[in-house]
Design a binder for this molecule. Structure first.
Ligand code: BGC
Length: 244
């Protein structure tokens, strides 16, 4: 079965048709810069443009950078405030004329990694942390997702962890891999004390540079970079497109 997977990010909106049996992307991903400001209507138009590009008429799954409950986006850390309380599923379904499911972007990446990446076959507690503009988390126990965990916003020394350990924090502060790696380590140690994962998967853009900061990570859990890397968001969104 094929589903169009779309990953809505702070800087780009990317999509590709995915074979959800094996996680293969069936075409090169198509990317459109996220409209600024990223309000609901222009984002819905961009989703429609991506669906049209692939001449799409089937189910669509979207990953969105906020907690999503039954299609409703709940917060807006890195998007426009108009998304708070918005029924994104209804909005996108109407705009595209296709059935659309929307889930949190980190949960989408987690689903992809558990189904087709390094999390495959893992029992116990697996935590995926996506490191990009925001800091997203996805938590599984025996392969079952606990959605919308939002552990990227725990407080560390009175500050939102996202300001310390996200990819944007590294770029903003122009931090060396060592300095940022140690900040990430502080964050991961706090997370470890809270949820005691057996495995931590690090995803998002920086996972490609894993070897640069891995030496500074001291947590007890096994730590591995995501295998589906930048594609995880699209593949996992597609998986969510047919769920429930
Ligand atoms: C949001 C999360 C999201 C993460 C990654 C955070 O700021 O609160 O919902 O998963 O960024 O995009």
């Amino acid at each position: 079965m094929q589903v169009l997977g779309i990953d809505i990010g702070g800087s780009g909106i990317k999509g590709a048709p995915v074979d959800i049996e094996n996680g293969d992307m069936l075409a090169e991903r198509y990317r459109i810069p996220t409209p600024q400001p990223a309000k609901p209507k222009p984002v819905a138009r961009t989703i429609t443009e991506i669906a049209r590009f692939f001449d799409w008429q089937g189910p669509i799954g979207c990953g969105f950078p906020a907690p999503v409950q039954r299609g409703i986006t709940r917060t807006a850390a890195n998007v426009h405030d108009r998304w708070i309380g918005m029924n994104a599923e209804a909005l996108f379904s109407k705009a595209t004329g296709c059935p659309v499911k929307v889930i949190n972007d980190a949960d989408a990446a987690g689903l992809a990694e558990m189904a087709f990446g390094v999390g495959r076959g893992w029992k116990g507690v697996v935590l995926l942390v996506t490191i990009g503009t925001g800091l997203g988390t996805s938590l599984f126990t025996d392969g079952v997702l606990l959605p919308n965990t939002e552990l990227g916003h725990i407080e560390i020394e009175g500050k939102d962890a996202e300001l310390l350990a996200s990819g944007a924090a590294r770029k903003r502060g122009n931090l060396s891999w060592k300095k940022w790696g140690k900040q990430l380590d502080r964050y991961l140690n706090r997370l470890e004390q809270l949820v005691w994962p057996d495995l931590i998967i690090l995803g998002g853009g920086v996972s490609k540079k894993h070897e640069k900061f891995a030496p500074y990570l001291t947590v007890q859990a096994e730590i591995v970079p995501a295998q589906t890397l930048n594609e995880a968001g699209i593949i996992g969104a597609a998986l969510a497109g047919v769920a429930g």
